[in-house]
Write a protein that binds this ligand. Structure first.
Ligand SMILES: Cc1ncc(COP(=O)(O)O)c(C=O)c1O
Length: 432
């Protein structure tokens, strides 16, 4: 049963273990922690706050892989067609749950390749420079792979990245632009913009962009709009279809827990499915009942799957399917509900630590992730937290990122983390 999204009363929080324990006791998702394998060192379970990097392994992943291996063993290539769990039908088992998570129609989603590959494929279809309309707007401090993909694609088109790519507010010491700055940049460059391409949640600061207002502003100037949702999918609530976003792509190894190098996903709005659109094509994009007729001409599937190129990797599908099963059982709205509470709990505990020790660079609008910038001794703080059993993330030169997630983290773990952080920062000469 899914719970309604509920407001909660922050004034009931106190910086005590009792309060953390009570929050855990009220948590309808607390049993899902056991659906995952938690890293262990010297017989001690570590506290994993790295959902923003590589989500934990669900316990059912092994079984899902094993099942595909058995199908392969017993039926060989016949497994593509045999039984209710035939491999050709597998893709559709993934798009339903992903549609719920992204606010899309299932036929607007395709599961294929990996993220950077899909960014290139989307650029082929959605970067269409014409006349004065050539610019691509990106956030400063976009993930490097996005910058490389877009710049190399622009060069491939015979254009100069320095002329065509507009980084919004590049000189803010590594901090991405605010939503307002993005909208201002869209107004400023107006009809020169061919494509607005941003992340949904910035990888560095965890800042959540307002996808809907950015999409609206882009439409108003006649530009197409796409998002890299690597840090957004499985993390924030979205309505890609209703917000009229042209395309989006994501990886599945972070908040979707589908394993290292997991199969990625893409959303292509249905209004583009029937268009005579520029697209790189392969036989897996052909309509299913025509695919094996081996005809010369490409007959599009007529959905987002038309962008698929190659034979589906069933072992990777199995990993994603296993983890989506858990999300379906837990209920997406229940996860969002718990996440709101975890955000409030984290924000509250942050206020209990002296603010001259670090700077919070994550704005209020965010998903799970918090990024803290340390003017001094940041690496030492990170090392000491690691020694105490907390798995978090260090970004050179001075940022600690951590991301407690609703499925496998508890309110008590967050409380323990802040206690350790307080202890360590009291010991070290951090303030100036
Ligand atoms: C925002 C963002 N974009 C792109 C990538 C690159 O993804 P991949 O290596 O799956 O292509 C990552 C990887 O973490 C990312 O965080």
């Amino acid at each position: 049963m899914e719970e309604e999204l509920q407001p909660f009363d922050m004034t009931t929080f106190s910086n005590t273990l009792d309060c953390a324990t009570a929050l855990d006791q009220q948590d309808p998702l607390r049993s899902y922690r056991d659906a995952f394998l938690h890293p262990v060192e010297n017989n001690r379970e570590r506290t994993y706050f790295l959902g923003n990097s590589l989500g934990l392994q669900p316990k059912n992943t092994m079984e899902a892989i094993q099942h595909v291996l058995e199908q392969w063993q017993l039926d060989g290539v016949e497994s593509f067609f045999k039984g209710n769990d035939n491999w050709l039908a597998y893709h559709d088992k993934l798009t339903g749950p992903l549609a719920v998570i992204t606010g899309a129609q299932p036929h607007e989603i395709t599961v294929m390749n990996q993220l950077t590959v899909n960014i290139h494929l989307m650029m082929v279809s959605f970067y269409q420079p014409k006349g004065e309309r050539k610019k691509i707007l990106m956030e400063s401090k976009a993930f490097p792979s996005d910058q490389y993909a877009v710049a190399s694609f622009v060069k491939h088109m015979g254009l100069d990245p320095d002329e065509v790519i507009v980084e919004i507010n590049p000189d803010q010491e590594g901090i991405p632009p605010t939503n307002e700055q993005v909208i201002d940049a869209i107004h400023k460059h107006g009809e020169e913009i061919a494509l607005v391409f941003l992340s949904g949640v910035n990888y560095y600061t965890g800042q959540l962009f307002d996808l809907s207002s950015i999409a609206l502003a882009a439409k108003k100037v006649g530009a197409l709009v796409g998002f890299d949702l690597a840090h957004a999918v499985g993390n924030i609530s979205m309505n890609l279809h209703d917000w009229d976003i042209d395309f989006a792509c994501w990886c599945s190894y972070k908040y979707l827990n589908a394993g290292p190098g997991a199969i990625a996903g893409a959303f292509i709005h249905e209004k583009h499915h029937q268009e005579n659109i520029n697209r790189l094509e392969g036989w897996w994009g052909v309509k299913l009942n025509e695919r094996f007729l081996m005809k010369k001409n490409f007959i599009s599937s007529g959905t987002a799957t038309a962008w698929q190129l190659s034979t589906s990797p069933m072992l990777l599908f199995a990993c994603l399917h296993a983890s989506l099963n858990i999300i379906e059982k837990a209920g997406w709205s229940n996860m969002l509900n718990k996440q709101q509470k975890m955000i409030a709990w984290t924000d509250f505990l942050l206020t209990t630590i002296s603010s001259n020790v670090f700077k919070r660079i994550t704005p209020h609008q965010r998903g799970c992730q918090i990024s803290l910038q340390f003017p001094q001794n940041g690496k030492e703080v990170y090392n000491r937290l690691f020694e105490k059993g907390f798995m978090i993330d260090w970004r050179e030169p001075d940022v600690i990122r951590f991301a407690p997630v609703p499925l496998y983290n508890s309110f008590t773990e967050i409380w323990q983390f802040f206690n350790a952080l307080r202890e360590i920062t009291n010991e070290l000469p951090l303030s100036n």
